[in-house]
Write a protein that binds this ligand. Sequence first.
Ligand SMILES: Nc1ncnc2c1ncn2[C@@H]1O[C@H](COP(=O)(O)OP(=O)(O)OP(=O)(O)O)[C@@H](O)[C@H]1O
Length: 511
Amino acid sequence: MTSFSNATSQIHSTLSEQISLLDLLFPGFTSLSSSIWPLLTGAPSLYGRLLCICGLLVLIGKYGPEYFENLLQAHFTSKMEVPYNDEAYDMLISWVCSQPFAQSVRASLAKVALESSGRGNRSGSQAYTGDGTKKPLHYSPWNGRFYFWHRRHLFFFERSQTRGQFGFSREEASISYFGRNPNVLRELLDECRRHYLALVKNNTCVFKHQGEEWTRSKLRSKRDMSTVVLNNELKEMLVGDISDFLNPTTRKWYSTRSIPYKRGYLFHGPPGTGKSSFSFSLAGQFDLDLYILNIPTLDNHSLKALFEELPQHCVVLLEDIDAVGSKRTGNSNKGVGQSTSSTQMPALKRLSLSTLLNVLDGIGSAEGRVLIMTTNYIGHLDPALIRPGRVDTKVEFPLADEDMISQLFFFIYDPQSINVTGGDESENGVCGTKEEKAVKDCDLPQLAQEFVTKVPKLEFSPAEVMSLLLANKQSPRHAIVSVDTWIERIREERKKLTRTNSWALDDNDGF
Ligand SMILES: Nc1ncnc2c1ncn2[C@@H]1O[C@H](COP(=O)(O)OP(=O)(O)OP(=O)(O)O)[C@@H](O)[C@H]1O
């Protein structure tokens, strides 16, 4: 009797060992089977048993596939998760969107959207390429999961959006394949990278995140420094400063002293003096992503959420920083050379100064970040915003002086004088045309001198001088002849603008 009970307990323990092995593969198997078995064997009637079996089948039908899929993923697949603020995210999404399988799932699920450039400005932020023009395509990838075959492997791609702390959505993506060889995923990512670089080189792709407020702009095809006319010493100083900041030893230097590793610049000056253009070329020069934010379009919550997304090592461009907080008065009494600006509009006051300061100093402000703020009105800024630590260097972008006017003249009529990359100037500009030969035949330095003499110094912005030259890009002589009428026209336009603004102010005062 005793030996019988010993044998039973041995069998029992072997069984439970097997069961616990099964439990390893199918978690919860023991408890599920032990509760189902009495139902199946002990049910009083055939009808009762059938009912149990049907219920079981329904349960398995409903949850089984997902359960087994998760099980397969956990034990038999390799997975790579890609955070949305990583460049690999853009690479993966752009590759997936471009694949034929994504097109076919799009037809049935209607979840991949390729949008045209017309929607690029919905939130007030702009998508720029390296040369300041808008990029043509936006990808809004599909949310969910789908399987696809690629190079004899079965992959599945998953993308989801979750709500973040401030109610903004966060994007996450992952790619997995059935197999355990990590090289397969590495090769796929390599392929995504090559595809992405080709897209960026052709300026055909920009990704918009978070309700399209941030615009991440890839500046691999960059605006050359030499195309922005500015005092050479100033340029060299700024390039040297950023280059020193980005040096790995500098990073170490900051961290050993527990100083936040970031750098801030304030570019100030009248409209059209090249503040934004120079920011583009700086980002391009150092191969950094540029994040452009237009202050008047933001509120406190969105700013916080957007800054949380910033990757390490990037340039953040905060334009029209004077639109923040109560210092903004809407005074239109501007100096000569200044045209319209956001400061003339009624203050939106959605973004508070204290929030901006907290965000700039807070943990959300990424390490290695180069912050560039621009304003037309340095006098309207709160001293706290531009104190050392937040702004390390202030740079004034002046109206065109003698040297700048001359540089602009050569920039338009003598493209060889600048290091423009991309090389289609000879096809589209004056080079290679009859006009170019005419320009070559004439004495360009002599014409430049004439032009410089006729244009008043420190009265017009480089953008204004550029507009005159562009209107006469085929003929430097014609540009010189047009200077007087052009001066009159610009002055007249300014007078009108001042009158309109003062009426608008009077109207507002009346209320
Ligand atoms: N210093 C410059 N050198 C070359 N081009 C310039 C310069 N300044 C302005 N431009 C041209 O004028 C246009 C406007 O320039 P940009 O937007 O950089 O000016 P900004 O100072 O940022 O103006 P705002 O204060 O209104 O934002 C651009 O097309 C740019 O090419």
